[in-house]
Design a protein around this ligand. Structure first.
Ligand SMILES: NC(=O)c1ccc[n+]([C@@H]2O[C@H](COP(=O)([O-])OP(=O)(O)OC[C@H]3O[C@@H](n4cnc5c(N)ncnc54)[C@H](O)[C@@H]3O)[C@@H](O)[C@H]2O)c1
Length: 342
């Protein structure tokens, strides 16, 4: 039997939204039915690029459209909750961009709404769709690098020219460790489990007019005595990177910025541990840092097969909980125990 083709809309029309539109347009079980945005110039460009006829500046038209099956929200973090709740109550499946929201309270409300209406809500933690990070996870789970000892990731960016439509990123409630750092935090949770405690420090050295600190380092206690670290900067002078290293008792994995490989160092029986003599194995995985097409495919497949959402609302909320605990700790450098939603 032919599979249903899900009528999808994208709210938001930035370059990130474009990647989601491309993912929908290229998916045989999805149709890019409508788009919506408040910046009319970009909206017009996207409508022409994708040949979409239903184009709105008010998302309520989509909420009230009985034909629409699903929506992808690529809108400012502060309005994720309001939009998600309206679409869920109207019976639409929702793929909401990361971070799920900026507070744990908002995440809890979104989960409560999803459960109340029996809806489907996925969170766009896109690192899980990155082939290099998926390869890292596969190697860790196979036991090849032994027991984990230390995991670290970073989100190093320069927001000098990217504060978003109408400066929505440049507000006190959008702390960079939640807004951007959620990528690195979610990745480490996926690879090493839920951290128990965090101690963090932050400063403001680059974006002096930003309302909150622009650099944070957070140290985590993970289960099984694994140590972790996340570095977040939104002003640093380098290319965007999510460099990630995982140290195990039998080997080490490294994903460098922009390299399509996972580097694997393994204990070598002949050379022992003199790794200065050993080149890493370069495991090709492909460079797809913003793999929205895979995320859309996972979303549509789960809807098609009636399966749970690949990155659930609970997962998205618990990533926000970890980020908020780090922000709390950075206020005075005192350790904070991390509470999780169930
Ligand atoms: N997964 C990733 O790697 C990634 C990358 C970039 C952004 N994001 C996330 O995507 C979201 C959007 O970020 P962006 O970079 O596209 O921001 P942006 O400022 O470039 O675009 C925001 C879009 O939201 C639209 N919008 C704002 N208010 C609206 C409203 N009331 N109704 C309809 N549309 C509205 C604007 O028209 C604009 O098109 C954020 O949650 C951000 O954290 C994720």
């Amino acid at each position: 039997m032919a599979k249903k083709v899900f009528k999808c809309a994208v709210v938001g029309c930035s370059s990130m939204a474009k990647l989601h539109m491309r993912g929908i347009a290229d998916n045989e079980n999805a149709e890019l039915y409508a788009i919506c945005g408040t910046d009319e110039e970009n909206l017009k460009i996207r409508a022409e690029e994708f040949g979409v006829e239903r184009v709105y500046t008010d998302y309520n038209y989509l909420v009230n459209d009985p034909e629409l099956d699903a929506v992808v929200l690529v809108t400012p973090d502060q309005i994720h909750r309001e939009m998600t709740e309206k679409f869920l109550k109207a019976g639409k499946a929702v793929l909401c961009e990361k971070p799920m929201a900026l507070t744990v309270e908002d995440c809890e409300a979104m989960i409560a709404c999803e459960r109340e209406v029996g809806g489907k809500l996925m969170i766009g933690q896109i690192c899980r769709a990155n082939p290099r990070f998926a390869k890292m996870k596969e190697i860790i789970d196979s036991g090849r690098i032994g027991e984990l000892m230390f995991v670290e990731s970073e989100y190093a960016h320069n927001y000098e020219r990217t504060s978003g439509f109408e400066d929505w990123r440049k507000v006190p409630e959008r702390h960079p460790f939640i807004g951007g750092g959620c990528h690195a935090v979610d990745l480490l949770r996926w690879l090493a489990g839920d951290p128990i405690e965090v101690t963090a420090y932050s400063n403001k050295k680059y974006l002096k007019d930003w309302p909150v600190d622009d650099n944070t380092v957070a140290i985590f206690k993970f289960p099984n005595e694994v140590i972790g670290k996340v570095f977040v900067s939104i002003g640093c002078k380098r290319d965007y990177t999510m460099r990630t290293c995982v140290y195990g008792t039998k080997g080490t994995l490294i994903v460098e910025s922009k390299a399509p490989y996972v580097q694997l160092y393994e204990t070598n029986e002949e050379l022992g541990c003199r790794f200065s003599d050993v080149n890493p194995q370069m495991i090709y995985a492909g460079y797809k840092d913003h793999n929205a097409s895979k995320e859309i495919k996972d979303f549509i497949d789960a809807l098609s097969d009636g399966k749970p959402m690949p990155v659930s609302s609970l997962d998205g909320a618990n990533t926000v909980a970890v980020c908020c605990a780090a922000v709390e700790s950075a206020k005075n450098g005192a350790p904070v125990k991390i509470g999780y939603l169930a």
